[in-house]
Design a protein around this ligand. Structure first.
Ligand code: NDP
Ligand code: MG
Length: 394
């Protein structure tokens, strides 16, 4: 007993590799790590293009290694960090190497898009705990990732606020007691808009999310509700159920709910602040007090709920289709959406054309029933090439 107590008191510092430390989730993760110096340490940081911020973060957090995605920036990062005992790697190879390092206990995957897939897979193979923000990984290869995690006895802790909420609601509950999961959605900046009103909306309007400050890609996904579609697929794999519904809750205070077989509902609530679910994933199974602003009922005097208008915002419809067909269809959906978002942000297509791009890919790209990892990577590349050729605008 006394041995156990001593063990708990002397909990070792958890070493974390943050993939995508320069992004919205990555930066907030560093804030969380900074506030728990006796519990958490960032031993690896990675960026794709933002060498400036990576260098700054490296000097402040003193990780053992950093990765800069764009190889041509390696020299500069190396020179800037020459006086520090920090290994500097580059490219995708660098990412695949750092997730296997001995000085890494947990890999926080905060990359955006399909780039998260292979590093996550490699981290699971190396038996690292995964804190997963990158939902695209589970959308593309949910079955393979979850099977590999089971085989290697690796836990995948959700960072996405809805999935963190469900994860928290399920603590102490038997799987058989769950009737249904409800994912909440804010509805995004265009909630209530008609098709006509969406006709000419601009990227800057679409990027203005009412409740969350996020990266560009997920902000557009929230405006189309494709984000909620991707989250249905993410939840299907994390919680092994297809009984998943979506409800619009514009205040984003109820982060999601679980309905149990006895008709009881459990919800997880809090201020919309990603540092809360990030902290839960990094300190799980413990809860640690922090200095975030306490929840104020005065700030949120009412909670409201609406149904999704699936005729206008089709993200959820695509996700249901992709789950029903299975195979490489969720991968096609993800790749098409990434291309469509990029084309929209570059003002090469209009907002509503995002849906056309996705539909074109879902119809045209060949179906594979039980794809291997290699076939999923091929599907991802093929879908992108097909769409870029077709739209010939990028
Ligand atoms: P950001 O765009 O803010 O950050 C993305 C990060 O990934 C950056 O560090 C970026 O590097 C890096 N990156 C971009 N492309 C590549 C690539 N090809 N290879 C390697 N690294 C790359 O995204 P967010 O932080 O908003 O989102 C990250 C993930 O978390 C997404 O999957 C998103 O869906 C999910 N998520 C985000 C939430 C949020 O509040 N932001 C909430 C819930 C989930 P650099 O900047 O140096 O180019
Ligand atoms: Mg979310």
């Amino acid at each position: 007993m006394s041995m156990n107590l001593r063990k708990q008191e002397k909990r070792p510092v958890k070493s974390i590799a943050i993939l995508g430390s320069t992004g919205s989730i990555g930066r907030q993760s560093l804030e969380v790590i900074k506030s728990f110096p006796n519990l958490l340490k960032a031993t690896v940081l990675t960026a794709h293009s933002n060498d400036e911020l990576l260098i700054q973060q490296a000097k402040e957090f003193l990780p053992n290694a950093v990765v800069i995605g764009e190889s041509e920036k390696w020299q500069r990062v190396k020179e800037e960090l020459a006086e520090y005992p920090i290994e500097v790697l580059s490219g995708q190879q660098g990412l695949l190497e750092v997730v296997r390092r001995e000085d890494v206990d947990c890999v926080l995957v905060a990359l955006v898009g399909a780039a998260g897939l292979l590093p996550t897979y490699a981290a699971i193979e190396a038996r690292k705990q995964i804190a997963l923000a990158n939902k695209e990984t589970l959308v593309i290869a949910g079955a393979l990732i979850m099977n590999k995690a089971k085989e290697k006895a690796v836990s995948i802790l959700p960072v996405d606020s809805e999935h963190s909420a469900i994860f928290q609601c399920l603590v102490g509950e038997a799987r058989a007691s769950v009737q249904k999961i409800y994912l909440t959605a804010s509805g995004g900046p265009f909630r209530g808009f008609t098709i006509q009103q969406l006709e000419d909306v601009s990227p800057s309007q679409a990027l203005k999310h009412p409740n969350w400050q996020m990266g560009r890609k997920i902000s557009i996904d929230s405006a189309t509700l494709v984000n909620k579609g991707l989250e249905i697929i993410e939840a299907r794999w994390l919680f092994d159920t297809e009984a998943i519904d979506v409800v619009i809750h514009p205040q984003s205070v109820i982060h999601s709910l679980v309905c149990f077989v006895d008709g009881s509902l459990k919800a997880q609530l809090g201020t919309p602040d990603m540092r809360i679910p990030i902290q839960y994933a990094l300190t799980y199974p413990n809860r640690c007090s922090n200095s975030l602003k306490p929840f104020s009922f005065q700030d949120f005097p009412s909670f409201t709920f609406e149904a999704v208008n699936h005729d206008v915002f089709k993200g959820v419809v695509y996700a249901r289709h992709a789950l029903e067909r299975g195979g490489n269809v969720p991968c096609i959906l993800n790749a098409a959406n990434e291309i469509a978002v990029e084309l929209f942000l570059q003002m090469k297509i209009k907002f509503l054309e995002i849906y056309h791009v996705i539909e074109k890919a879902l119809v045209k790209i060949p179906f594979i029933a039980n794809p291997s990892l290699a076939e999923l990577l091929e599907t991802d590349i093929f879908t992108r090439e097909f769409l870029l050729q077709h739209y010939q605008k990028i």
